[in-house]
Design a binder for this molecule. Sequence first.
Ligand code: NAD
Length: 307
Amino acid sequence: MDIDRIAIHESVAKACPLEAMVAALRGDVPVEAVGDDASFDAGDCVVTFSPRDAFLDAAWVHGIRAGYDEFDVAAYEAAGTALTNSTGIHGDTVPETVVGYLTAFARRLHVYRDRQGDSDWTQEPYDTAFTLTGERVCVVGLGTIGQGVADRADALGMDVVGVRRSGDPTECVRRVFTPDELNTAVADARFVVLCCPLTEETEGMVDAALLGTMRDDGYLVNVARGPVVVEDALLNALDTETIAGAALDAHWAEPLPEEHPLWDHESAIVTPHVAAFTNRYHEDIAALVRENLDRTARGESLRNRVA
Ligand code: NAD
């Protein structure tokens, strides 16, 4: 594969400034920002947040997110266009955000922040605050993000269990379950943290039955993708207090519609898909793309290739 242009699609602005990405990738190969009117050829590498049909004419498309569920992998394979993703760079950002959610729920920080605007000194009832130490967290999906969550939860003294397709043991996780044991894995957990990709297997995985299996003082954290959770089932579980709360960074529709009941839900923390945000995202992406450019120059296979 001979790359003679890096085309940075304007959609990268959803994750970082377009100019910063252009600057970070400037080097031997010409770099240019492009919009939806651009066309592509077999010398192009496209760096993008979102898919476009026209990208199939390029040699290689790099998605700047870990999840590639919006890309039509079969179409890339049929067109012979390489598709790479950005798995591997979210091992600090998203896990740190997850620690924030867990700490907020345990120490009630979200409640006090809500009251601050009203100069409200009200203290939460005695039995609502708890410590993370000793609490069980079940991490579903033990890849880059899941392992990062497990490492941090372990360092906080939590009892860490997890779900992994292989079921193989991994560091900082006391017990690893396989996906067919998901019910058992979540049953005794105070926190269930979703860190898996959206696939045919995981879509709707967290349904009414699974939420019913969770502890009624348990919290769900979704930093994966919205459709991994059945929306109505979660809203019902929150309304009926089948679970104690949920922190959601990934949603069914994004932006989450203004009238969505989650916005006003006392026991929910809603963030606008920002768990991975960092002021050095453009550098992390550029390092991945540069590594793959070097690989193509050496005739080696691409890292993170998904099609
Ligand atoms: P990764 O590929 O490193 O890890 C995903 C892991 O999930 C893999 O180990 C995979 O085997 C496992 N998995 C797949 N199906 C599973 C199942 N049914 N049960 C349990 N485990 C399963 O990817 P990552 O970088 O850790 O990212 C994981 C997902 O998180 C992404 O696919 C994306 O959807 C989401 N994500 C969200 C944000 C955000 O801003 N909220 C940022 C990055 C990634």
